[in-house]
Design a protein around this ligand. Structure first.
Ligand code: SF4
Ligand code: SF4
Length: 441
């Protein structure tokens, strides 16, 4: 009987970690549905980017208030979770505050966890106020209605509850230590919960134990629920920001990839001995022509799909986007959210059917319209603004390539310009012979 809590704890822990692992494997499988792209070069620069951007949050502080608050919440949340290690060991072996033998160091650790927990709580409350009271414009764009809005708030509530449970647990523990209760070793310093502890004055030992154990169990169960919630949330970025910044595009902004499919076609045209019916280069099935550009998520490369899962929905890209600012339908954040939603839909389809079964849908039109794609000025402001090295522009360009090269569906202005270049050698509708007419004026 005395081992029932330990067994229960192990079952909950294994189930929590097991379900999380299962879902992370799905994320990896989905990202791998993308086309191959080589991002294994310049490892030193990639590590530097990851250290500066993901760990050091260098791009977050470009907006100092949000940046500093985010750093406090981020560091606090990560550091406090070191406490989880002690909780896990205690939970498995039935011990209590196993690291208390560290003496003075333990006091320092618990004391700093408490201060950080308090700062996280304050930071999260301020974040909530920015979203819901000040109503910062970028959190109220049309794509933030419904689940994305609730998701943003739910994460904040989660963090508030977890920090509160941590402090309540310590406050009750402090009271039990004062009472000299069995099993409750005198250890730790409690700079924050010592102000909560007086609320429990006069409670019996049994009630305090119930309170302390209740907060302890809810804290660890809450952490496991939060861990599993990540898969369903934009909060997955706390993990994916690291690989995403590592595998970011190192080319200068504005430099576009040549499409391999087009290069192959041109080479074929220029080689008189080439067999036009031979299988194309790459991994397309024999005889099937390569597709130009992207109309669905599987036409994008894995780095673009990783981008979509990493998007924090912060809206910094959209708030810098000139097309969005001038009232066009385009929002680079929505491009990333749509790509992720479609990718999840394709993944669910594979889970259900064993392999992908055509569902009559695609990223183009069903999620992202040509109107959005053609509103982009390709200015790169969104790429510059993104705190986790995401490029909505690269997806826009690939989808435009599809529209132009597969569907011949460029806007008429662009088609006119192309015809003019073809006929007149310039984008304007004037004969080449007339190009010096201006000098006669
Ligand atoms: S590149 Fe396009 S999507 Fe990005 S900020 Fe510029 S106009 Fe907006
Ligand atoms: S693409 Fe980057 S800047 Fe835009 S919402 Fe996502 S994380 Fe924020």
């Amino acid at each position: 009987m005395q081992y029932i809590p330990n067994i229960l704890f192990i079952i909950i822990l294994v189930a929590g970690i097991g379900y999380f692992t299962k879902n992370i494997r799905k994320v990896i499988r989905n990202i791998r549905l993308g086309k191959d792209v080589n991002r294994s070069d310049n490892k030193a620069e990639r590590f530097k980017n990851m250290a500066m951007i993901a760990l050091g949050q260098s791009k977050m502080v470009r907006r100092p208030v949000a940046g500093i608050l985010h750093i406090v919440v981020y560091i606090g949340f990560i550091v406090i979770n070191i406490e989880v290690l002690e909780i896990i060991i205690d939970g498995i072996f039935g011990t209590h505050r196993i690291f208390a033998f560290l003496g003075g160091l333990y006091d320092v650790l618990i004391g700093s966890f408490e201060i950080l927990a308090f700062l996280v709580f304050v930071g999260v409350v301020l974040f909530w106020i920015r979203r819901n009271v000040i109503k910062l414009k970028r959190f109220w764009n049309p794509e933030m209605k419904g689940w994305p809005k609730n998701d943003g708030n739910l994460i904040l509530y989660f963090e508030m509850v977890l920090m509160t449970l941590f402090l309540v647990m310590n406050a009750a523990d402090l009271q039990l230590q004062e009472l000299g209760a069995d099993h409750y070793v005198k250890a730790g310093s409690y700079p924050v919960s010592q102000f909560i502890a007086p609320l429990f004055n006069g409670m019996s030992e049994g009630t305090l134990i119930f309170l302390e154990r209740g907060a302890w169990w809810l804290h660890i169960i809450g952490i496991l629920i939060f861990l599993n919630y990540l898969y369903f949330s934009k909060h997955l970025h706390i993990m994916l920001a690291f690989p995403n910044t590592y595998y970011g595009d190192l080319k200068p902004k504005g430099e576009l990839d040549n499409l391999e499919a087009v290069t192959n076609e041109v080479k074929l045209m220029m080689d008189p001995s080439a067999d036009p019916f031979a299988a194309p280069a790459g991994d397309e099935p024999e005889g099937e022509p390569e597709k130009f550009g992207a109309s669905d998520v599987t036409d994008l490369n894995w780095a673009q799909l990783l981008n979509s899962y990493t998007c924090t929905e912060c809206g910094r890209c959209t708030s810098e986007c000139p097309a969005n600012q001038t009232g066009k339908k385009l929002s680079p954040r929505k491009i990333m959210m749509d790509t992720r939603d479609r990718l999840k839909e394709v993944g669910d389809n594979i889970d259900k059917n064993g392999s992908f079964v055509d569902d009559g849908k695609q990223l183009l039109n069903d999620y992202i319209t040509p109107e959005e794609l053609w509103a982009c000025t390709s200015c790169n402001a969104c790429v510059e603004a993104c705190p986790v090295s995401i490029s909505p522009l690269s997806i826009i360009i690939d989808m435009r390539r599809y529209l132009v090269m597969e569907e011949s569906a460029a806007p008429s202005d662009l088609n006119n310009m192309m015809s003019n270049i073809e006929n007149n050698g310039a984008p304007w509708p004037f004969n080449q012979m007339d190009r010096l007419n201006w000098s006669n004026e």
